[in-house]
Design a protein around this ligand. Structure first.
Ligand SMILES: NC(=O)c1ccc[n+]([C@@H]2O[C@H](COP(=O)([O-])OP(=O)(O)OC[C@H]3O[C@@H](n4cnc5c(N)ncnc54)[C@H](OP(=O)(O)O)[C@@H]3O)[C@@H](O)[C@H]2O)c1
Length: 377
């Protein structure tokens, strides 16, 4: 499918382990007075993604302006566009520019920033606002671009690698030899989870919804791959781990959550971090009756059962942890260290021009993509 995406968009792809440098030079465009950004004025489908011109943003105290070279796309951005992302409503409202991550070149610094010079190549995390040619962000959320990563790979890194890191090392603490099941293992977060769980020495089973994804998950190091499109997911999962799993990582929600819990072994942990199976794969808009039914069908876990079974359910949404800068730095230092020593690979990236943001949203919603999608402004 990634190749199909490329054929349709004329996009470029960067494979695992490649240390590709972007063609964009690390120079700042002089004399710019305006920027371009994607603005969503109200909830809806792909037609709500408007590319608009705006005034050049100015960094305040302890802030940095980045001239953006690449922007990471996350599944959550589509939920923001549909108006269903709680923290977007809480922190921004309408209109909103989606986007949690960018890479680029420092173009201006505000008062108090003394350790990042104009011209430094960086990547950064943003609490929305990333789909823009110029982004202002707090210095504390900006990191130097590792030379081993292209701008495209650096922009694809923070959200999904941070999510995987938080799930595994802040919540689950997997041990060597433990059996770990990763749903949607070829996706952005899934790819990072497979690699990090292997790094710890776990026996990793990746689950994918399409045969074309199997090879990618094997390349990431998974010991077993279950292809839901040709295999019975839970029969195969039981064959691989007859006593159950020490850890299951589930962002499907209603379609697998109950069975994921049932397939934990004693002292097993279920980490819940998304609900994408409630959303349609085409059309770009929620199916409200199905959404309501799926909401009701989503399992509620009983504390007495959890205690008696010694099963834990853990959950989080990183966008509510944006202020935990110390966690961000701890995670990023570890992640970049693993990347630089070759212990994990950079994300596989498929690029789209920023003007084709609607196509990128349709593709990630389709459930067909492998790795990360990245917009080029
Ligand atoms: N809690 C947090 O802080 C946090 C942070 C980042 C991401 N997330 C969540 O993690 C999940 C993965 O995010 P991502 O950006 O890395 O996306 P992704 O995994 O690259 O793409 C989504 C994948 O989900 C699967 N899927 C299953 N049912 C689907 C449906 N109805 N519609 C679309 N996809 C469906 C598909 O893979 P298969 O068919 O192969 O399963 C699809 O490729 C999302 O649910 C996202 O909201 C949560």
């Amino acid at each position: 499918m990634a190749l199909a995406v490329i054929a349709r968009t004329g996009a470029a792809i960067y494979h695992l382990g490649m240390q590709t440098q972007t063609s964009n030079p690390a120079t700042i465009t002089p004399m710019l007075t305006t920027a371009r950004k994607v603005v969503v004025h109200s909830a809806g489908g792909y037609d709500r993604l408007k590319l608009e011109t705006c005034a050049m943003p100015v960094p305040g105290r302890d802030q940095v302006r980045i001239e953006v070279r690449a922007i990471g796309v996350n599944y959550a951005d589509t939920i923001v566009r549909m108006g269903l992302y709680a923290s977007a409503k809480e922190y921004v409202g309408w209109p909103i520019t989606p986007g949690f991550e960018v890479s680029g070149v420092v173009a201006a610094v505000g008062a108090g920033v003394t350790d990042l010079a104009v011209g430094t190549e960086v990547f950064a995390v943003t609490l929305f606002g990333g789909y823009s040619s110029q982004v202002v962000v707090d210095r504390g959320r900006v990191f130097r671009r590792p030379p081993a990563l292209s701008f495209e790979q650096a922009a694809a890194l923070p959200a999904v690698y941070m999510t995987a890191w938080y799930a595994l090392f802040e919540l689950a603490h997997p041990r060597p030899g433990q059996r770990v099941l990763v749903h949607s293992a070829a996706g952005g977060v899934g790819s990072a989870l497979v690699q990090m769980a292997k790094l710890v020495g776990c026996e990793v089973t990746g689950v994918v919804g399409k045969s074309a994804k199997v090879a990618a998950v094997k390349t990431l190091g998974a010991d077993h791959v279950i292809d839901k499109s040709t295999q019975d997911l839970w029969r195969e999962a039981e064959r691989i781990a007859p006593d159950g799993y020490d850890l299951v990582l589930d962002a499907n929600g209603v379609s697998t959550l109950g069975a994921s819990y049932k397939h934990l072994r004693r002292a097993g942990k279920l980490v819940v971090y998304g609900f994408h199976s409630m959303m349609p794969k085409t059309g770009g808009k929620p199916n409200w009756p199905m959404l309501a039914i799926d909401y009701v069908r989503t399992p509620r876990f009983n504390p007495m059962d959890m205690t008696n079974n010694s099963h834990s359910v853990l959950a989080f949404n990183l966008s509510y942890l944006f202020d935990r800068v110390e966690l961000l730095h701890e995670a990023m230092a570890q992640i970049v260290g693993w990347l630089e020593t070759g212990k994990i690979a950079p994300p596989t990236v498929t690029t789209y021009p920023l003007a084709e943001v609607a196509r990128a949203h349709a593709d990630i919603e389709s459930g067909q993509t492998i790795g990360k999608l990245v917009l080029l402004p």
